[in-house]
Write a protein that binds this ligand. Structure first.
Ligand code: SF4
Length: 323
């Protein structure tokens, strides 16, 4: 635990607390063990990406408001930091676009003032055109944005944005943000077989990226079940050919690896809460909860039999999802 200030750790034994807005720590391909903070109702987003692992967007909007009471999120975070507080990162991510929450900056500020755990903001970048959103986002240690299209037509095909979002304005917002943000700016490029997977597609994205100079660039593809069935992963060998199209060179996001959290206690509720936020394989559940794979199989089997979770085909191994 990495607490600052007056909060103290209390021993909660093996009790797994239930939170409304926190989930995990869950395995993350980019951030190891990451405690997720969910600031929007399920699939409330300014995009409806064809590759989204959460399924189709149910509320597509650019309306910023206090979707959930910020004081309740802060209370939960304070409690989590006191009672367990073990994670590599705290990520504003989850069920939708976190910058739609009008007070997301206060959540970041609370964590920064209370803990040493770095805060990551995962955003599609669509609202960084607004100065107040940039100011709030600047409080994070790392901001990870995404850009997977080099022109408006592909942007609309892949990200299916809300009506008032244009790619050139989004990129302008990223350029402004880069100038104002002292932390690390990461870029994720999602490559879809046959849609944005030609060298020309990647070169154009690279040209746009060069205008806002991300510190790290990561290539991802559809290894988890996507929102649309026509989205297929690009083979690793092909992704490797795109690495040096970018400056700095892109990295292919490595498979998740993480040490178990010995103090974490798994039960069906914990697994269910993880799977409601993101699909995981049995191995990932085992890694993050420190459970033997046979024990994971037992819980997963029961949740599947009772229709609380479903297995979906991944690239090589099934991913479990909770509707
Ligand atoms: S991938 Fe992110 S930006 Fe795209 S629809 Fe899903 S939550 Fe929204």
């Amino acid at each position: 635990m990495k607490l600052k200030g007056s909060l103290t750790k209390s021993n909660q034994g093996n009790t797994v607390k239930k939170y409304n807005y926190l989930f995990g720590p869950v395995p993350s391909r980019r951030f190891g063990r990451s405690l997720g903070v969910d600031l929007t109702p399920y699939k409330t987003c300014s995009f409806d990406c064809v590759f989204c692992q959460l399924g189709r967007t149910t509320v597509k909007t650019t309306k910023r408001k206090e979707y959930i009471p910020v004081h309740e999120v802060i209370e939960e975070l304070g409690d989590w930091l006191e009672s367990s507080g073990e994670a590599d990162y705290i990520s504003l991510a989850g069920s939708g676009e976190p910058t739609l929450h009008s007070r997301f900056g206060e959540v970041i500020e609370f964590v920064r003032n209370t803990s040493d755990i770095p805060v990551v903001l995962l955003t599609n970048g669509s609202l960084l055109k607004y100065a107040d959103v940039r100011a709030a986002a600047s409080k994070a240690n790392i901001v990870k944005v995404s850009l997977s299209a080099g022109n408006q037509a592909l942007f609309e095909t892949i990200n299916r944005p809300a009506a008032n979002i244009a790619l050139d304005i989004l990129v302008e917002g990223l350029q402004h943000f880069r100038k104002e943000f002292a932390g690390e700016l990461w870029l994720e490029v999602f490559v879809i077989w046959g849609i944005n997977s030609t060298p020309k597609d990647l070169s154009r994205i690279s040209e746009l990226a060069a205008t806002f100079k991300p510190d790290r660039i990561q290539l991802n593809t559809a290894v988890r079940p996507p929102a649309e069935g026509f989205v297929h992963p690009v083979p690793k060998e092909q992704l490797e050919q795109f690495v040096d199209v970018f400056t700095p060179n892109a990295e292919i996001i490595a498979e998740f690896s993480s040490n178990a959290i010995p103090s974490a206690t798994a039960n069906e509720d914990t697994i269910l809460a993880m799977l409601q936020r993101r699909p995981c394989t049995a191995t990932e559940i085992s890694d993050v909860l420190g459970l033997h794979i046979n024990e994971v199989s037992k819980y997963v089997g029961k949740l599947e039999r009772t229709n609380q979770i479903h297995a979906a085909a991944g690239e090589s191994t099934p991913y479990y999802t909770a509707p």
